[in-house]
Design a protein around this ligand. Structure first.
Ligand SMILES: Nc1ncnc2c1ncn2[C@@H]1O[C@H](COP(=O)(O)OP(=O)(O)OP(=O)(O)O)[C@@H](O)[C@H]1O
Length: 629
């Protein structure tokens, strides 16, 4: 094995342009480390684990993915048992959001960065499997001295990308070991296994998401079409593709000679399936299991053929299952009907460029929803948030529209691009739009209508391509009536309107509490009742703060009512003991009203079935048909 000095010399000679026998993918990554990220080969950096609070944010964003991927990762872990491998699921920023490793080696794994929370982006860690996979979007192995940083040279890592069903690179699955045989080929089988697992996770995501639509699975061999298809797409009633796995996207593009898919969706999402295959929506029933697999050969428009398996839309059992499970939007609701409807609408709108106006009380999650819409779309540009109420009126024009050099006294020498142009290619989020000064409203209208911006002091308009999402907790229509908001701008912004429910009106309140609780903490019954009774004027923001405060107050034990902030306790309508009595009475009444159907009661009260059973047991409530047995 090469020494540290040899490794640094090799990197330096590649930097000088010397030929190398390394794989092209490794050399490509080394050059990015040297030229783009300006990493120093001689400077070794320990693995980086993100702070707990940041890890929580990353895990929250990836919640749906973690849930869908878990089964596949556990199976792969069992297949590799005893061989010294650990499994890492990283999000699209390279942060490890799920992990399975041997606890016996915890210390060594944590030190090596093979651990929950480790960040494996190329910029941070140099050439590594997760980082290179995020850049190339392809499965690959980074073996021992392929790593850029000498600290990571003992490791061998094989990684495969996981794409969401709109074709965006969403995550990376990585299998790593602290030690391995010297030959890189020793990892070929592992790379194959990790790629197959990533493909199955994409399929599981698509199947869960597309329950209400036709799903068409593909395989090059009739034997495997039922058990392990290569890829799948979902199509809506008009035959348009609404979701795809990465391999299906690639197969369809190649089938019509379109080459490898480039941008997200790769020109497949939104197109008719019949553009790629000789299949009409009316033909789909003939591609179900009712016919033998070998008879389901479908011709491609490019002259090839694939075996197909069509699965009819599944009856939709309940709203949560219908939502796009791995999409950032799906993370926002635990089954509240109003929220689910807003998410469904937002999901459809995310595929368009329509300006969106999000209304809701302060802290109800408007910005969070705007970010999720941006992430769903997979736009190339950034998400730029502007709080129109927080920027002084005298500065807002300059902040938004930028200025040309020397536009006014005190202008920054080289000019200033402005936030609108910063958001070019992405999303401009205008928070508290009701506070936008009238004079600027006219200029904003022009940006939306003409898709161009004129910097302060400039004569030439600059074209911009962005999606505008605005938000307000005020009644904009009322501001229009008062003459404080331009009517034409209001109609431009509110073409698509999303109304978010207040926290006190959400039936998934307890789901939100569980989701926002600091890791490993539990809420005792007295605190649970106090939380339910509070009216939450500050909405989710207030709940986040209250739970963090209570967790700090409660020490290591369960959070009880006394640990909650005064503001939460003071606002409750009745004392906790009386609230408990009310809740108990309510349970008895709801049980009777629902004919003792526990699932129905749980839905009506917005709690899970276990909670209903636990409370029934505590109160000695027994269904009438079991009372004498
Ligand atoms: N579904 C959710 N899950 C977890 N946290 C959430 C959720 N929705 C909102 N939050 C959190 O609640 C806080 C408030 O959310 P956000 O800033 O999006 O609200 P807002 O309506 O834009 O507030 P304001 O009107 O004050 O600008 C943030 O800390 C956000 O991360």
């Amino acid at each position: 094995m090469a020494t540290g000095i040899d490794h640094i010399r090799e990197l330096e000679s590649v930097a000088l342009g010397a030929p190398s026998r390394r794989d092209a993918v490794v050399l490509g990554s080394w050059r990015r480390c040297l030229d783009d990220y300006r990493l120093d080969p001689a400077r070794a950096c320990e693995a980086y684990i993100v702070p707990r609070s940041r890890l929580r944010e990353h895990r929250e964003r990836a919640e749906g993915l973690i849930r869908t991927a878990r089964g596949g990762i556990e199976t792969l872990h069992q297949q590799l048992a005893g061989l010294g491998y650990v499994l890492l699921l990283s999000d699209d920023r390279g942060v490890t959001v799920d992990f399975i490793g041997d606890p016996a080696f915890d210390g060594a794994l944590q030190k090596a960065g093979l651990y929950l929370g480790s960040e494996w982006s190329e910029r941070r860690a140099g050439t590594c499997a997760v980082g290179a996979c995020l850049v190339t979007g392809e499965p690959l192995t980074i073996h021992q001295s392929d790593h850029f940083d000498v600290t990571h040279v003992p490791l061998t890592c094989s990684a495969a990308p996981i794409y969401d069903s709109l074709g965006n690179l969403a995550a990376v699955l990585d299998v790593s070991a602290l030690r391995s045989a010297e030959a890189k080929t020793s990892q070929n089988l592992v790379l194959h296994m990790v790629s197959a697992t990533a493909r199955r996770i994409e399929l599981a995501t698509l199947m869960a998401q597309a329950r209400g639509e036709w799903v068409i699975r593909f395989s090059r061999s009739p034997e495997f079409i039922e058990v392990d298809p290569d890829g799948a797409v979902a199509v809506d009633g008009s035959g348009c593709i609404t979701a795809t796995t990465h391999l299906a996207q690639r197969m369809l593009c190649e089938a019509v000679g379109q080459g490898a898919p480039g941008a997200a969706g790769g020109g497949v999402i939104g197109r008719r399936l019949s553009d790629f295959l000789d299949v009409d929506p009316d033909d789909l029933p003939s591609l179900t299991r009712s016919r033998a697999a070998r008879d389901r050969l479908v011709l491609t428009r490019g002259g090839g053929a694939v075996f197909a398996h069509a699965i009819a839309p599944q009856p939709v059992v309940s709203a949560p299952q219908r939502r796009p499970v791995a999409s950032p939007l799906a993370e926002l609701s635990g089954g509240d009907a109003v929220m689910d409807a807003a998410i469904d609408k937002a999901f459809k709108l995310s595929r368009t460029d329509l300006p969106i106006l999000i209304c809701g009380e302060t802290g109800s999650g408007k910005e969070r929803m705007a970010r999720a819409i941006h992430e769903c779309r997979g736009r190339r540009g950034r998400f730029v948030a502007v709080n129109c109420a927080a920027i002084p009126e005298s500065l807002i024009e300059n902040e938004l529209f930028g200025h040309v050099p020397g536009a006014f006294t005190g202008a920054v020498g080289g000019g200033h691009k402005g936030l609108i142009r910063e958001a070019d290619g992405g999303t401009l989020f205008l928070d508290e739009i009701g506070d936008m000064p009238l004079a600027l409203q006219a200029r904003l209208l022009r940006v939306i209508a003409e898709r161009e911006v004129v910097p302060v002091g400039g004569a030439r308009p600059v074209p911009v391509d962005l999606r505008i999402v605005s938000a307000t907790h005020r009644d904009l229509a009322d501001l229009v009536r008062q003459g404080r908001f331009r009517e034409d701008l209001y109609y431009r912004l509110s073409g698509a309107e999303l109304a978010l429910p207040a926290l006190r009106a959400r039936s998934d309140f307890e789901w939100l509490v569980r989701r926002l609780l600091p890791a490993g903490r539990v809420v005792g019954e007295s605190a649970r009742l106090a939380l339910i009774r509070h009216d939450w004027p500050g909405n989710i923001r207030e709940l986040v703060n209250a739970l963090q405060f209570a967790a700090a107050m409660a020490g290591d034990g369960a959070i009880e009512a006394a640990d909650l902030p005064e503001t939460v306790l003071a606002r409750r309508a009745v004392p906790v003991a009386a609230a408990a009595e009310d809740a108990d009475d309510e349970l008895a009444a709801v049980l009777a009203a629902c004919g003792w159907n526990v699932s129905q009661v749980a839905r009506r009260l917005g709690v899970d079935r276990t909670t209903v059973h636990r409370r029934m047991k505590r109160l000695g409530l027994v269904p009438p048909n079991r009372r004498h047995t």
